[in-house]
Design a protein around this ligand. Structure first.
Ligand SMILES: O=C(O)CCC(=O)C(=O)O
Ligand SMILES: [Fe+2]
Length: 317
């Protein structure tokens, strides 16, 4: 059973930021809103420019075609990284299917994916996914810069941005049959650095507030939901809130959603920015390797701890 009430997530307007005419006052006020939202809710809705409804429709159309491909074709979407390739027919999440493209900032990576799915090629889809990913990566970089600046660690921004890579993920949730639970995706926090989610025409995303109330996210095709992941909170020594979220299938329609995941690059050590730990904020986390952390998580290593990262590398363990 899903929630019936809606969350009043802050809506932050990024269209007021003008590249041609940078205005520090506007930047600073948006930055303040971003930090407040990420500390209180761990997420917010972003209104951005540059993603036309046409290119959005085109990406969703491509997604629908993708999931209609035979299982054998979809299974060719593999990745060296856990949970980045095709997921489907999983008894744990029977309603859920997902496909991912690592490093969508590389045209070649997107093309390899589309060529694998459509051996005759699909240049239009390739172009649309590229454009769409680019816009979301720009938003991610901008939000990260604002967060770093607001916490007075702007000088570490470039160094930390070098540690991240991206993955774009397409999700499909089918309608449960009469005897099935309606849980599309179980409650979880995201493990990576930051996630940008988008739901198009069927809602289902729910977020848990700090006082543990589950609330629905209102459907708004123009809005992108920016969300803190566990790794970012390790960098920042726990200064932000990492929201639990889930997908509940209450509507009688197939649901598609899309996410850009900023995740650590393979083989890089994730550690707290030194100056984020001090007498007032004692260090919370030991350095860790992200891929090892994901393996730990997939083995159920988290036990009863709310956040896997605390179980894996919390200093109090
Ligand atoms: O489909 C959604 O709206 C949420 C997806 C999600 O939480 C995830 O992929 O981690
Ligand atoms: Fe998630």
């Amino acid at each position: 059973m899903g929630s019936t009430a809606y969350i009043q997530l802050p809506v932050i307007d990024f269209t007021v930021l003008n590249d041609q005419n940078p205005n520090n006052g506007v930047w600073d006020s948006v930055k303040t809103e971003v930090l407040q939202a990420l500390q209180e809710y761990g997420c917010f809705q972003a209104n951005i420019s540059g993603v036309s409804p046409e290119s959005q429709e085109s990406v969703y159309d491509a997604m629908k075609q993708l999931f209609e491909l035979p299982f054998e074709t979809k299974s060719k979407n593999i990745s060296t990284r856990m949970f980045h390739g095709y997921i489907g027919k999983s008894p744990l999440v029977p309603l859920y299917e997902s496909m991912g493209i690592d490093e969508p900032d590389s045209e070649k990576q997107i093309e390899n994916f589309t060529n694998l799915m459509w051996p005759q090629g699909n240049p239009q889809v390739c172009k649309d996914i590229g454009l769409y990913s680019k816009k979301l990566m720009e938003l991610d970089a901008m939000v990260m810069k604002m967060v770093f600046e607001s916490l007075d660690v702007g000088m570490y921004y470039n160094e930390y941005m070098e540690l991240r890579s991206y993955m774009i993920k397409f999700n499909k949730y089918r309608v449960p049959n009469l005897k099935e639970p309606d849980m599309g995706l179980h409650p979880h926090p995201d493990s990576g650095i930051m996630t940008i989610l988008h739901q198009n025409d069927v809602e289902g995303l729910e977020i848990q507030t700090k006082d543990e109330e589950w609330l629905k996210v209102k459907l708004s095709p123009k809005m992108f939901i920016v969300m803190v992941g566990e790794t970012l909170n390790v960098w920042l020594n726990g200064r932000l809130h990492v929201p639990y979220h889930r997908v509940v299938m209450t509507e009688n329609n197939t649901r598609f959603s899309l996410g850009l995941f900023a995740v650590p690059k393979t083989g890089k050590l994730m550690k707290t920015i030194e100056v984020m730990a001090n007498e007032e904020y004692p260090p919370c986390f030991k350095p860790f390797d992200y891929d090892e952390f994901i393996k730990f998580l997939s083995r159920g290593g988290q036990g009863k701890k709310k956040y896997a990262v605390t179980a894996y590398c919390g200093v109090l363990n």
